[in-house]
Design a binder for this molecule. Structure first.
Ligand SMILES: Cc1ncc(COP(=O)(O)O)c(C=O)c1O
Length: 413
């Protein structure tokens, strides 16, 4: 994992705010995932978690598929060198034009979330004289426990409700230009509990069994939304991957022992677990003050740069994330309230967080920022410069910034 010296060097070279991604660390996590689950599962990387094209390029040869959620993400995956056959396209509101382009391109799989999408894909495929492979996304009736976000067991815009899957399977199987290849479930995200994730895999395998039994065919592919979480908070413990494998793999082996699933390709679909811990947002302290007894430090990255770290994405209550003072790691500890540069009190990154003495000019690192960082943030708010992005690979830093809206042009000299 990138060390303090490398992160500080990145901040010096590119300025702050700056996202840094450690590609070697991401590849090491991928290798661990394959070592643990590779005999049973392929790996699909959720592009939405970090769509930077240079990062995708670095991963394209190491994952089996890219899971995209918009046609623009198809374009990113292709720009990163991923063959169209290795792309699966999910998402509850695919525009007609996105479906048409996906079919025209011959995308690996379209994950249809409604009969509307299936019928449109069928019509476009018919018009083009081609066939489109589809998976049906099912929303289970049973919700997993202990997930940060949970989509199952309640009204949802995602997929077809399990209660209606039989009719949907019949309808899709009857469409002349589609090849139904299997099923997809993504029911919850960001769980750190091996027991809860194993239970969710139990729910998913049960739904897949019922779907396949109704269909009367052996699915070629099943996609399991993994839901593997990341320890964002200081008290969080990382997911015990080996423990999870111990709990989960016997049930998968039992599934595989059934003739209907003996040759099925099983996929783990995930983003944050792979890239989240391998990224940092670096920010500089611009100013400090003590206000009514509270030591406040104002940094150059607000929620406009990292909505999730400021508690506004996937959390009800904002809690302090893991933050390090890179410039002064051995300083006298103090309790600091760290805020961003925006004109609202909700621009608060940390409240009374114990950090080594934090002064103007110091660089802090917000940990676990490799997923849902820049991509999930409202960068246009107040028009501050967008963070740059850098990649660390083989000990070398590269600028992989994509935005061209970054630079102040007035009074440059
Ligand atoms: C359908 C689907 N697949 C995969 C993911 C990736 O989830 P995570 O990054 O938590 O692994 C998401 C996240 O929302 C999703 O909606």
């Amino acid at each position: 994992m990138a060390d303090r010296g490398q992160l500080l060097a990145a901040a010096r070279q590119f300025g702050t705010p700056l996202y840094v991604y450690d590609i070697d660390a991401i590849r090491a996590r991928l290798a661990l995932l394959r070592e643990t689950f590779g005999s049973q599962f392929g790996i699909s990387f959720a592009v939405k978690s970090n769509p930077n094209v240079a990062l995708l390029k670095a991963l394209a040869g190491h994952v089996d598929t890219f899971d995209v959620s918009a046609f623009a993400e198809v374009e990113r995956a292709v720009a990163a060198g991923c063959e169209v056959e290795r792309i699966t396209f999910c998402g509850p509101a695919k525009r007609d034009e996105e479906i048409r382009r996906a079919v025209r391109l011959g995308l690996g799989e379209l994950v249809v979330e409604s009969l509307r999408e299936a019928r449109l894909a069928d019509r476009f495929a018919g018009g083009l004289g081609t066939r489109q492979t589809v998976l049906l996304r099912i929303n289970p009736a049973t919700a997993p426990r202990q997930f940060g976000v949970n989509m199952a067991g309640k009204p949802s815009q995602f997929g077809i409700d399990e209660e209606e899957m039989a009719e949907a399977i019949d309808a899709i199987a009857a469409l002349p230009n589609l090849d139904l290849a299997g099923f997809h479930i993504y029911a919850g995200s960001n769980s750190l509990s091996a027991g809860a994730i194993a239970e969710n895999f139990g729910i998913m395998t049960a739904v897949f069994r019922r779907a396949a039994a109704h269909w009367g065919r052996a699915p070629a592919k099943l996609i399991f939304g993994a839901g593997f979480g990341v320890p964002y908070l200081p008290a969080d413990e990382a997911l015990d991957l080996a423990g999870l494998a111990g709990e989960m793999l016997p049930a998968i082996a039992a599934l595989r022992a059934e003739p209907a699933f003996a040759r099925t390709r099983l996929m783990l679909e995930l983003g944050r677990w792979l890239v989240g811990p391998c990224g940092w947002l670096l920010s500089s302290i611009i100013a400090g003050k003590t206000s009514r007894g509270t030591m406040i430090r104002i940094c150059d990255a607000g929620f406009n740069n990292h909505l999730a770290a400021y508690g506004m994405m996937g959390s009800v209550i904002r809690r302090n994330w893991r933050i390090a003072n890179l410039s002064n790691p051995d300083g006298e500890p103090g309790r600091y309230t760290v805020v961003g540069p925006l004109c609202t009190t909700i621009d608060t990154l940390a409240t009374k967080l114990e950090l080594p003495q934090l002064s103007a000019g110091d660089v802090i690192a917000i940990e676990n920022s490799g997923a849902y960082g820049l991509t999930s943030s409202p960068t246009r708010f107040i028009s501050h410069p967008e963070p740059r992005e850098a990649m660390l690979e083989g000990g070398r830093l590269a600028d992989i910034s994509e935005s061209l809206l970054n630079h102040w042009r007035l009074a440059d000299n």
